[in-house]
Write a protein that binds this ligand. Structure first.
Ligand code: AMP
Ligand code: MN
Ligand code: MN
Ligand code: MN
Length: 281
């Protein structure tokens, strides 16, 4: 018998339906090739790739979990909440996500205007050419265009020079509220998981507040294992998972074969934690 912890679960990845570069079919094929045993597609604020991914996964006998990554504004920062095992037909979830997506094009226009002010013309058309879904123009699409046009060496550099608070292409945005996102996911029969918790610039107290409010709202888990976590961060969030009685998730946050994370290559969860995928196997 394969122990739950030994299963190569990758429960966080993106396709061209949001800001990934592989279409849902190619993404699922790559997951299978890379030895993933249980796979979730979790596009930002979108469910449009799930049916396509599910079909290919079934043909490859790869266990598939329909997912989503919801953009949330919490304490003036963007926090991402992954929903796993969601029903793509849920009206509550679909309507909520449509609302979250609605401001993206306007924001993209403002981002392009900010970049034009520092001499970078044509960023809106540039970014749109990289977007596989016009409802979901993201900072990542701007970043890829800025790299392709030689303004920066890589996507990371673009973010630090242009696309974060205080930089010319940054536009503050209001996403969903935390309890709303958890409610939509739960209403769709899924479970909510705090994504890549080390990425937020919260103090210890704010992190504690985020976890408390998440739990209070009906949240279930936290990504203890994600591509950018150090061993110390895994320990830190394993402790928080235990303190808040949360289940633990594991996901690469894969976007593209040439950008940092790879499908199925994430550290193992500590033995003391309950893998959230006990629900899906
Ligand atoms: P958006 O939803 O338009 O704000 O874009 C957020 C996406 O940008 C994230 O999902 C990541 O894919 C990407 N991203 C955010 N920060 C960084 C960073 N520092 N380096 C590379 N990619 C980033
Ligand atoms: Mn992304
Ligand atoms: Mn994210
Ligand atoms: Mn993600």
């Amino acid at each position: 018998m394969v122990l739950l912890h030994d299963l190569n679960a990758d429960l966080h990845a993106h396709s061209t339906v949001s800001d990934g570069t592989l279409d849902p079919e190619a993404l699922v094929r790559r997951a299978a090739e890379r030895g993933v045993d249980l796979f979730a597609l979790t596009d930002h604020d979108e469910l449009g790739g799930l049916e396509r991914a599910r079909e290919v996964a079934a043909s490859l006998k790869l266990r598939f979990v329909p997912g989503v990554e919801v953009s949330v504004t919490y304490a003036e920062q963007t926090v991402h909440i992954v929903g796993l095992g969601v029903d793509p037909a849920s009206d509550a979830l679909r309507n909520g996500l449509a609302e979250v997506r609605s401001g993206r094009m306007r924001r993209a226009e403002e981002m392009a205007a900010g970049l034009a002010k520092v001499g970078i013309e044509g960023a809106l058309d540039g970014a749109l050419a990289y977007a596989g879904n016009l409802d979901l123009v993201s900072r990542t699409h701007f970043a890829r265009w800025l790299v392709a046009t030689g303004h920066c060496d890589d996507v990371r550099e673009v973010f630090s020079r242009y696309l974060v608070a205080g930089k010319p292409g940054y536009v503050p945005h209001r996403w969903a509220r935390l309890p709303q996102a958890v409610r939509w996911i739960n209403a769709a029969g899924g479970v909510a998981v705090i994504a890549h918790p080390a990425r937020y610039k919260f103090s210890e107290t704010e992190t504690w507040a985020l976890f408390s409010e998440f739990k209070e709202a009906g949240g279930t888990g936290v990504e203890v294992a994600t591509s950018n976590h150090t061993a110390d961060q895994v320990r830190r969030f394993a402790r928080l998972a235990r303190d808040f009685d949360l289940e633990a998730s594991r996901g690469s946050d894969f976007h593209d074969p040439t950008e940092h994370a790879e499908l199925g290559r994430v550290c193992r969860l500590p033995d003391a934690l309950l893998p959230v995928w006990h629900r899906f196997v």
